[in-house]
Ligand binder design. Structure first.
Ligand SMILES: Nc1ncnc2c1ncn2[C@@H]1O[C@H](COP(=O)(O)OP(=O)(O)OP(=O)(O)O)[C@@H](O)[C@H]1O
Ligand SMILES: [Mg+2]
Length: 320
């Protein structure tokens, strides 16, 4: 069995307001698997469900974000942890084996506590004593001076804050790290440093990393696996080089052709139409209203990821 298996995962936001019920189909019938030490990048336009998938992988489900169907299974040396509609055992391994860097780092850091006490809380939550030497060495490894321990989160720059969150998320040497746009709102130089830092931590600790980004141009230097997500589910998935050098799904082709290249003066074409409303997604292939190749089958039946070549899967009726 794969190290991480996601099977037919469907997760919805269920909102009740003034007696009215609204369902957001944020993750729909998603199946894929990952091996140990994989570095998976998940790319897709805003609102397509990337953060929701990350939250469910981390087991951060609640009364609003509900796993409606399917499972996420982690196989850690002899012990299995599962997120499913009926159980969530991954919560037991948060921080220690499974870590999560959410999209907004500010939300993780208690604004009323100096960084030292945030680390102290982390040790306490694992029943351990605060280990100053270990914290200082770890801060050093992520390029931070121990001075930050005596600062409040609001006194840190965006880049420093992000490094503190990465230090917290990696201190316990988790085997899986889920990082949701860890560099959004940072300038390009810092962005690159933070991503290289994550990559270094991943290879030093032999961990498995899921990185969510909407910048596909960053991916080749970092990841070995790539998932393209559209409207709640992956439309293309596989070995990074295979997906980038031989993109098959029309949506992936658009994304790749939109990467700016130095010296290229041709006008970039944007994808026609608008991203669908996830509270009322289109039937069949969710990309069909924007796809110039779609036909009746695409309008009526939803394609699932299908193997088209070694380690390369596509969800498109026209790519089989
Ligand atoms: N807490 C929430 N309650 C209700 N709906 C939500 C919530 N969070 C996200 N959504 C909705 O779920 C869908 C998927 O959102 P999600 O945040 O997963 O997208 P995303 O791909 O991460 O977008 P972005 O690139 O902008 O971060 C969107 O339609 C969004 O409006
Ligand atoms: Mg997001």
């Amino acid at each position: 069995m794969a190290f991480i298996s996601v099977n037919n995962l469907t997760a919805h936001y269920i909102l009740e307001r003034y007696g009215e019920r609204k369902t957001i189909h944020a993750v729909e019938d998603t199946t894929f698997s990952m091996n140990k030490r994989d570095f998976l990048a998940i790319v897709g336009e805003s609102g397509c469900g990337k953060s929701t998938l990350a939250k469910v992988l981390y087991g951060a489900v609640n009364s609003q974000l509900v796993v409606v169907n399917g499972t996420v299974t982690y196989q850690f040396e002899g012990s299995e942890y599962v997120v499913s509609p009926s159980k969530n055992t991954v919560r037991e391994i948060w921080w220690k084996k499974l870590s999560y860097i959410p999209q907004s780092s500010l939300g993780v850091l208690n604004p009323l506590r100096k960084v030292r006490y945030i680390f102290l809380d982390l040790f306490r939550s694992h029943g351990g004593d605060y280990d100053q030497q270990r914290v200082v060495e770890h801060l050093n490894a992520v390029g931070l001076s121990p001075r930050v321990l005596d600062m409040y989160p609001f006194e840190l720059s965006g880049g420093m804050r992000q490094r503190v969150v990465i230090a917290l998320a990696t201190l316990m040497k988790p085997q899986v790290i889920i990082a949701d746009e860890p560099t959004s709102a940072l300038d390009v130089v810092i962005q690159n440093e933070i991503l290289q830092l994550l990559k270094r931590i991943q290879s030093e600790t032999a961990s498995t990393l899921v990185l969510i980004t909407h910048d596909i141009s960053l991916v080749p230097a970092l990841a070995n696996k790539l998932m393209i997500m559209y409207c709640g589910s992956p439309v293309e998935f596989g070995e990074c080089r295979a997906v980038l050098s031989n993109p098959l799904h029309p949506y992936t082709k658009f994304l790749i052709s939109s990467i700016p290249r130095i010296g290229d003066k041709t006008m970039k074409r944007s994808i026609p139409g608008y991203p669908p409303d996830l509270s009322n997604p289109p039937p069949g292939c969710r990309f069909h209203p924007r796809c110039s190749f779609s036909d009746r089958l695409c309008e009526e039946k939803r394609p699932t990821l299908t193997l088209v070549e070694d380690d390369h899967y596509v969800a498109c009726w026209k790519c089989r």
